[in-house]
Design a binder for this molecule. Structure first.
Ligand code: 48F
Length: 262
């Protein structure tokens, strides 16, 4: 068989551009491909909702690969076991109410399930701003992460979306952009970004689900970003809350698409 490098190049450029063009208008844009953003994208896509995820880094998976302090195991509590089962992630019971998984398998399964469900994932793209019309977020401003890293003066592009999910982890970047650009208008007690509290896994894992909600018209927050926006505790390498938070944001958004095609 003849192999032509130029055909390979064309296939890559054309295939990628087709995906990007198709993603310029979407139902839900998820920012951040950690456990929370991936879980949210999986459940949304599974329901037939057009879902696009933007991840700054080369690899998807956020803080999951390294487990706890690079010991590549993840711990999950009983409540999240059903999501592990849905995603076909192998788990072992450690002791009552605690399960342990291999972090490499966990991230890979999340990523695969997400793609197979139909979510589009763009790695190496950072969200650097939002588009706001009539006090509602209507789109995201994106650029190659490489331009950011190299401090290149290159203007970004914009995608339109009905809803945004801030799944950017501890940094809660979308919430912070909103406060920086238009002031203290978040749906928190003060309107400001309240900031993450220190480690308290038991409380953090409970509040993360409560804190998973709309923070500005059309913008929802999930995962560690939810606790950071609402002043919740951090919880370290127990990951059940991330999956439960991703599932919750998907449930909230699914209700917004009553006429979706399944
Ligand atoms: O940090 P991350 O894994 O967030 P998460 O899904 O899970 C948190 C846990 O990993 C852990 C924890 C467990 O108790 O606390 O930290 O809430 O994933 C967030 C992802 O978002 C990407 C970032 O590279 C990471 O992979 N990200 C952050 N800001 C942007 C972004 C941005 N502006 N544009 C694109 N991606």
């Amino acid at each position: 068989m003849k192999i032509d490098e130029i055909v390979i190049s064309r296939a890559i450029v054309e295939g990628f551009c087709k995906d990007l063009m198709d993603s310029t208008e979407t139902d839900v844009a998820v920012v951040g491909g950690g456990p929370a953003g991936l879980t949210a994208s999986y459940y949304l896509a599974k329901e037939g909702i057009k879902t696009v995820l933007f991840e700054r880094k080369l690899s998807i998976g956020g803080g999951m690969w390294g487990g706890g302090m690079m010991f590549n195991k993840c711990v999950f509590q009983e409540e999240s076991k059903r999501i592990l089962d849905e995603l076909e992630i192998n788990r072992k019971k450690y002791e009552k109410d605690y399960y342990i998984t291999d972090s490499i398998e966990t991230v890979s399964a999340l990523c695969l399930k997400c793609r197979k469900a139909g979510a589009k994932i763009f790695n190496l793209i950072s969200v650097e701003d939002v588009m706001i019309r009539k006090e509602k977020v209507t789109g995201l401003v994106i650029n190659w992460s490489a331009t950011e890293l190299a401090h290149l003066h290159v203007d970004p592009l914009t995608v339109r979306t009905k809803f945004v999910v801030d799944a950017t982890g501890h940094d809660s970047e979308i919430a912070k952009i909103i406060v920086r650009k238009i002031g203290k208008k978040l749906k928190t007690k003060t309107g400001d970004f309240l900031g993450e509290k220190p480690m308290w896994a038991e409380v953090g894992e409970t509040t993360i689900v409560e804190h998973t909600k709309e923070i500005y018209p059309n913008v929802y927050v999930c995962g560690m970003a939810a606790n950071a926006v609402f002043g919740g505790y951090r919880m370290g390498p127990i990951f059940g809350g991330m999956l439960l938070s991703g599932e919750k944001v998907a449930k909230l958004l699914i209700k917004k698409f009553p006429l979706r095609k399944t």
